[in-house]
Design a protein around this ligand. Sequence first.
Ligand code: GSH
Length: 204
Amino acid sequence: MKLYFTPGTCSLAPHIAIRELGLDVQLRRVRIGPEPVLVADGSDFRRINPLGYVPVLELDDGSLLTEGVAMLQYLSDLAPEAGLAPPAGSRERTTLQQWLTFISSELHKSFSPWLFHPEYGEQAAQVARQRIDSRFTHVERHLQTHPYLLGETFSVADAYLFTVADWTRPLKMPLAAWPALAAYLERVRGRDSVAQALRLEKAA
Ligand SMILES: N[C@@H](CCC(=O)N[C@@H](CS)C(=O)NCC(=O)O)C(=O)O
């Protein structure tokens, strides 16, 4: 498979899942923006994803998968024994989907305009910060009593939450109000899969 990715973006989440599972992957770096291109040859990335965004997963049969939440579950289901997602159809799977949807719609898309579109200005940043504050408090309460989002074990929801919540670093947003979240980010950062994904993205 091939993963179209951009360092520092949400494509890190499926990349972490791929490293957790030890899957064979070729990385294809994309420069996102108004004219998104494949870094290797400067070709128009919209020929691959007309919407111009990462992540895109190209499967070995040539088909393309977009949307991080779907991709994370697809990857987990390739190797259910790895335990990155509870079985499809189970109550626990719905809890996973609940977290994935929360991260996507309440966190990821609150950060996006602030992190990737500074041209929106200070007012947009302030609205994002307020929204993220209350969402982080919700996550904090959960992490005070659970090491991971699904309880005792790491899942693809953690790959996604780590990716998005760690955007507080480039934004220099202090985490003092959310100590359990801060400790969680360091715990997840310490995983081999995360270190490997970050290193390989830098080198690609
Ligand atoms: N709905 C997509 C959104 C992905 C997304 O927001 N990707 C961002 C990086 S985090 C991107 O590539 N933005 C460039 C753009 O929208 O032009 C998903 O959840 O996978």
